[in-house]
Design a protein around this ligand. Structure first.
Ligand SMILES: Nc1nc2c(ncn2[C@@H]2O[C@H](COP(=O)(O)OP(=O)(O)OP(=O)(O)O)[C@@H](O)[C@H]2O)c(=O)[nH]1
Ligand SMILES: [Mg+2]
Length: 258
């Protein structure tokens, strides 16, 4: 009888260390996520005063999976092998006891070749409009499959949000599907993405191996804790307006303790 070969996981995909108390709180808070609404158009998005965090990235990068992993819910966001599955803007509310401390926005991916050109252009306009004009957008999580690196459309998006990032919009790059990389590949991908993200926060993430989840959850919770409190938030602008409304620097209002 031959001995079973032990499963070798890449050295960087170790069992996650136990979460810090802050990370555990952040994970409990993320777990409160529930579906809020879906919209095909920006002007169909309901106005709300909670800080909003958008998940963006090319089609199939792992946006919906990362939302499910972060919220520890299997099917909150619709993840699929077929690229281009998320066609709408889906919003999820976060907060204990039915309160909404924050909203996560799962945006449709870009760069999927099989989508007709006219649909692609329409979507790029919708997305640019959203990123420029959504007043209560406090942060953007960009999902990048490190095996493909930053695509041209990722770079366009970075340019679109640059003025808002300079005014305080938070920004995190998650290098997804890290379970598919060797340790050396992961290190190289991190170095490259850090250069491309111009000093922005970059980390490895794997929905499959639950890598980088607690760290990312803590980052998002900190963003929300530092965001303007709801009563001070600016009113929702006309969704079709093209002007950016920078998040104001109002005092911190942390979300309810988890
Ligand atoms: N191995 C591995 N596969 C993953 C991971 N995250 C996502 N995937 C797979 O990648 C595919 C796409 O994932 P989605 O989460 O639907 O990607 P998306 O970015 O939401 O895609 P669109 O909605 O089409 O833009 C699915 O087959 C997932 O199972 C991961 O961390 N590891
Ligand atoms: Mg999706």
């Amino acid at each position: 009888m031959t001995a079973k070969k032990p499963v070798q996981r890449p050295a960087h995909v170790r069992a996650a260390p136990p979460p810090t108390p802050e990370q555990a709180q952040a994970m409990a808070w993320m777990h409160t996520a529930r579906f809020l609404t879906t919209a095909a158009q920006l002007n169909q998005l309901p106005p709300h005063n909670a800080p909003e965090i958008a998940f963006v990235g090319r089609s199939n990068a792992g946006k919906s999976t990362s939302i499910n992993t972060l919220t520890q819910q299997r099917q909150l966001a619709y993840a699929s092998k077929t690229p281009g599955r998320t066609q709408h803007i889906n919003l999820f509310a976060l907060g204990k006891h039915g309160e909404t401390d924050a909203v996560l926005a799962d945006l449709p991916g870009y760069g999927y070749a099989a989508v007709p050109k006219s649909d692609k252009e329409r979507w790029q306009r919708v997305m640019a409009n959203y990123l420029v004009s959504r007043a209560n957008l406090i942060g953007v999580v960009m999902l990048i499959d490190p095996r493909h690196g930053l695509t041209e459309l990722d770079e366009v998006l970075l340019e679109v949000i640059r003025p808002r990032v300079e005014e305080g919009l938070k920004f995190l790059v998650l290098l997804t599907k890290a379970d598919k990389l060797t340790r050396a590949e992961a290190r190289k991908a991190l170095d490259i993405a850090r250069l491309q993200a111009g000093g922005g926060q970059v980390q490895l993430f794997s929905g499959l191996k639950k890598q980088g989840v607690a760290e990312a959850a803590e980052v998002l919770r900190r963003w929300v804790a530092a965001a303007p409190s709801a009563p001070d938030a600016e009113p929702e602008p006309d969704a079709t307006a093209g002007t950016a409304a920078a998040p104001s620097a109002a005092p911190a209002a942390p979300p309810a303790a988890a």
